[in-house]
Write a new protein. Structure first.
Length: 261
DNA sequence: ATGGTGGTCTCACCA
């Protein structure tokens, strides 16, 4: 089973790249974030035409998450949000069951800057999510949470760790919050098969960061132990991030793909 | 110092 997570940064502007991605990789399940459209504006027909069943939760302007399952795979027990979220009105998590797999598409709070009000909301969001998962994991032994975590887990996930030390996306408290989540028994699935430094999933639009490969790995798939043992491959689809690979513009994130046997 | 959004439609907010 091939699982994919991608912060698309506007689903409507990224339909061509999404079609390319689905054709190229044929993922079984896609978790998308930053749809940036309302439920009414979600391009359901175009995605159905790609051969995918979809559940989504959108809102005006920001946020928005979706889960796509390649037909005939069905999405069951779909839930928006989770109990205890400090930003319950924001479309940041969607949960569904595909086969035996419980999967969530997550868009973490960015946090703006260390010490800001939004930084505290980010830490609160992590804590509430951890509490929720404690229960969810008991009900679902095969579970994956995939999305834009807005945290680079370790220095090897950062192009210049000294520059980023202590800054948003890399601060100690964010990394500790992520470790608390992993402490539930979740595993960073990409790291099961690839220990190399320099694996990134996001490059700032500014400063020509992609062309210089100055990125961070902040898009993750975290899976329960039962699944972690079955990871056979993990890749980042840099083609979807490359401005030169298509006539249209890329998202600032690249899709991350994990294959489970 | 880019690229996405919405409404103030030329500019503010977010990442």
């Amino acid at each position: 089973m091939k699982l994919l997570t991608w912060n698309v940064n506007s689903i409507r502007l990224r339909l061509d790249r999404l079609a390319d991605l689905c054709q190229r990789e044929a993922p079984d399940v896609l978790c998308l974030q930053e749809l940036k459209c309302t439920d009414a504006d979600f391009p359901s027909d175009a995605i159905a035409a790609l051969g995918y069943n979809t559940s989504f939760w959108g809102q005006k302007g920001y946020n928005g998450v979706a889960i796509l399952a390649r037909a005939p795979l069905a999405l069951r027990d779909v839930r928006r949000n989770f109990a205890g979220s400090p930003v319950a009105e924001e479309a940041r998590s969607l949960w569904a069951t595909v086969g035996d797999l419980r999967i969530a598409s997550l868009y973490m709070v960015n946090g703006q800057s260390v010490g800001s009000d939004k930084y505290q909301v980010k830490l609160d969001f992590f804590a509430a999510l951890t509490a929720h998962l404690q229960r969810e994991m008991i009900a679902h032994p095969e579970l994956v949470i995939a999305g834009d975590f807005n945290v680079a887990p370790e220095d090897r996930d950062v192009y210049d760790p000294r520059l980023w030390k202590g800054r948003i996306l890399c601060s100690d408290r964010e990394r500790e919050a992520l470790q608390a989540l992993l402490g539930l028994g979740l595993v960073d699935l990409h790291r099961q098969v690839d220990q190399s430094a320099g694996v990134y999933s996001w490059w700032d639009y500014r400063f020509g960061q992609f062309s210089r490969d100055r990125g961070l790995r902040i898009d993750l798939l975290l899976g329960s132990a039962a699944l972690a043992q079955r990871v056979s491959a993990a890749t980042v689809d840099r083609r979807a991030r490359d401005p030169k690979s298509s006539s249209d513009k890329p998202s600032d994130h690249a899709p991350v793909i994990v294959t489970i046997t």
